[in-house]
Write a protein that binds this ligand. Structure first.
Ligand code: ADP
Length: 419
């Protein structure tokens, strides 16, 4: 703020007022005075007062002015407010968490996205320092390094409170804002999960291939090494080799099936299908196997169930997989029930067994590709069956799940929409 120069309006007003006042005083006093010396004195006094007032007027006119008139300043502060609102809207609409940090670690600005990324309450979002806001030593260290070295820094780390995987980037600002730095947090949880799945997939396929291939190699070496000359041993080895080749073919066909169900352009042959027909067909294919395993396999299906909209062959395969698993994981003497029941606008299929059950921490993961609860207990099987089942059910617009208790048994269920 400084001297703004003469304000003409104010000067004229001051003069007019003072002139009026002086003329008024003079007109009141002059007629009462008869002594010529006194009149002269009065005249001089009048001019002196005039000059004095003119000086004061000039001073008033030159006095410091506020930078803006009232109207200007309200217009400008409204504009500033709008600009702030724009900035806040842009920041809050951003999919990234954004924090503006001063050189001493004070938080100058944090957008609302930070709340979800760091699981912060409204109060916590208003924390005044970076360590209080983030409560994450890796990210705070990253900011310190960026400030220390005046270079951009980035790191990927998990936030335990929100269980999100975040990529944090710190950018020291330039020119007038060089004391400050901008931190941006991008949610890479899904990317990270996909990357892990991809790595696991490659290592699982390699592992699943390596086991039968190693066995085949050992068996052929043994045959060459002399076993071929003993017909009984040779026969046994050939049977073992067949088993390994079967396992390899099963793996390859399950991988192909998985790739097909996972690809978005899978063509389902959707027709109205009787749920009981699906259950009976699947159970029929496995009845003999269940009997051999000493298990009771029952189908429980009301005759008046509405038809579902399904690709019959694929849904039958899902049921076969579930019943097959129930047979594998239920000790002799156990029971398996394949059921279907009507539920609000859909039909729920279920395969219930009295088998070994699945621990709570495994239940969420068994639908992942290659996931097996206990490799020692379950050497047969690829761990792909439930992944394929999940894709097939979801492609139909349904949902698959499990409830289970270790030692008591499991219940796998899935829903299908009505025809
Ligand atoms: P797998 O070919 O190994 O059976 P799945 O994807 O069908 O592959 O099953 C994944 C894992 O889930 C199994 O290895 C097993 O550990 C567990 N599982 C599946 N069904 C059952 C069940 N009925 N009872 C207990 N565990 C089961």
């Amino acid at each position: 703020m400084g001297l703004r120069g003469i304000n003409i309006g104010r000067l004229l007003l001051a003069y007019a007022l003072l002139a009026g006042l002086l003329v008024f005083l003079y007109s009141q006093v002059a007629p009462l005075v008869e002594d010529p010396d006194l009149v002269l004195l009065l005249n001089r006094g009048f001019w002196f007062a005039g000059l004095l007032c003119a000086g004061i007027g000039l001073l008033l006119a030159w006095s410091p002015e506020p930078e803006h008139t009232f109207d200007q300043s309200t217009a400008e502060s409204a504009e500033l407010r709008r600009q702030r609102q724009y900035l806040q809207a842009v920041l809050d609409g951003s999919p990234a968490g954004v924090v503006l940090v001063a050189g001493d670690g004070r938080v100058l600005l944090a957008n609302t996205r930070m709340q979800a990324l760091f699981a912060l309450s409204e109060d916590e979002l208003r924390a005044d320092t970076l360590p209080h806001l983030l409560r994450h030593y890796q990210f705070v260290e990253l900011w310190q390094k960026a400030v220390r070295t005046s270079t951009a820094q980035a790191v990927v780390a998990e936030v335990p409170q929100s269980k999100r995987m975040l990529r944090a980037a710190v950018q020291p600002l330039a020119a007038e804002l060089s004391e400050h730095s901008l931190m941006a947090f991008e949610d890479v949880t899904e990317l990270h999960r996909l990357e892990t799945v991809r790595k696991d997939f490659v290592s699982n396929v390699s592992h699943e291939l390596r086991t039968p291939l190693t066995s085949l190699r050992l068996l052929t070496e043994s045959l060459r090494g002399g076993a071929m000359k003993e017909p009984a041993t040779a026969q046994r080895f050939l049977t073992l080799m067949e088993t390994e080749v079967d396992a390899l073919s099963a793996l390859v066909s399950e991988l192909l099936e998985l790739a097909r169900t996972e690809s978005k352009d899978v063509q389902l042959q959707l027709t109205p299908v009787d749920p009981c027909m699906l259950l009976n067909a699947a159970a029929g294919r496995l009845r003999l196997q269940a009997e051999r395993a000493g298990l009771q396999l029952a189908v429980d299906c009301a005759a008046d169930l509405p038809a579902v909209k399904a690709d019959a062959a694929r849904v039958e395969q899902v049921l076969v997989n579930l019943i097959h698993n129930a047979i594998k994981f239920t000790p002799r003497g156990g029971r398996i029930a394949a059921q279907a029941a009507s539920r609000e606008g859909l039909v729920e299929f279920a395969v219930q067994d009295s088998g070994v059950g699945i621990a709570a921490e495994d239940q969420a993961r068994i639908f992942e590709r290659f996931y097996k609860t206990d490799p020692a207990r379950n050497r047969t099987g690829t761990g792909l069956g439930l992944a394929i089942a999940r894709h097939t059910v979801e492609a139909h617009g349904g949902h698959i799940g499990v409830s289970s208790q270790v030692g008591k048994g499991s219940r796998f269920f899935f829903t299908l929409p009505l025809a």
